[in-house]
Design a protein around this ligand. Structure first.
Ligand code: SIN
Length: 280
């Protein structure tokens, strides 16, 4: 547990799920007009535990959106299906015909120059069995690396792109047009968290394409090793969804992976995403 996590909370209850990542939080109903002290404690819990969970949030979509706005401006995702009535709400819906899920470790929209700070995902239709989301603590992952690997990556940047993920479903022309709007981003391989100052591994299998200024074979080999760190059980927690459960994760500190093990059952979740800043 981080030193900060030992400070008591007064407006929420916290039930940690692992030594460094994940806590269930109780004591509020998600909406836009929670008191400032409670929002400050939720924010502190997010920094301490990197992903926090709330149960039984039977709220209107407007309340989900308004709650998200208490943590910053919300993004509109240019490539995902979004709600027509609230374009800032991403809809992730899979069912009998789905062939692909979100089952690659990633942090959200790292292909943006300023990737998301946090994502607030609510379960709407949850399968009886399966459909869990796994989260990996990328600060613990960085701290667990051998010294020689850390020395190799500490001052490097890597390229992130939407092309080999969202871009796969586009025509060449669409992909080129979108690349003008969303050019490749070059982010540090090791990111310093802007609020906690902790260093974390910031490359992911969904969007990172290469370590910059490195021989392509060496880069591919090193990236494969770095991606595998998210799969280490000691860095993880796993969330079993129920309808109206919410997961709020800090994209600057964790990666996530949605287990795609429930088809032909239906799973529908809705996400609002808080804008972040340029990694350093
Ligand atoms: C996501 O990648 O944002 C979705 C995660 C999930 O469906 O659990």
């Amino acid at each position: 547990m981080s030193a900060a996590a030992e400070q008591p909370f007064e407006t929420i209850e916290i039930a940690p799920m692992s030594p460094t990542i994940g806590a269930e939080i109780r004591g509020f109903r998600m909406c836009g007009d929670l008191p400032e002290e409670q929002i400050a404690e939720i924010r502190r819990a997010l920094l301490d535990w990197k992903v926090i969970f709330f149960r039984d949030q039977d709220v209107r979509v407007e309340e989900h959106v308004a709650f998200g706005r208490r943590f910053g401006e919300l993004e509109v995702h240019p490539f995902t299906p979004n709600r027509e009535d609230h374009p800032e709400v991403v809809v992730i819906h899979h069912g009998p015909k789905s062939k692909l899920g979100q089952n690659t470790w990633h942090s959200d929209v790292t292909w943006r120059l300023e990737p998301s700070l946090g994502s607030i995902l609510r379960g709407r239709v949850i399968p009886d069995i399966g459909g869990d989301t796994l989260f990996a603590d990328m600060i613990a992952a960085y701290e667990g690396l051998p010294d020689e690997i850390r020395e190799k990556i500490d001052c490097r940047t890597a390229t992130h792109s939407f092309r080999h993920n969202f871009g796969r479903a586009m025509t060449d022309e669409q992909r080129e047009a979108m690349s003008e709007k969303y050019p490749d981003a070059h982010h540090p391989v090791v990111r310093t968290h802007p609020e906690t100052g902790q260093k974390g591994l910031y490359v992911n299998a969904a969007f990172t394409t290469a370590i910059d200024d490195m021989d392509p074979e060496e880069s591919a080999k090193l990236l494969r090793f770095l991606y595998r760190q998210a799969s280490v059980p000691e860095y993880q927690c796993r969330f079993r969804w129920q309808e109206n459960s919410v997961a709020f994760w800090d994209n600057r500190a964790v990666q996530h992976y949605a287990a795609f093990d429930y088809v032909p059952a239906v799973r529908r979740v809705e996400r609002v995403t808080v804008k972040g800043d340029a990694p350093f």
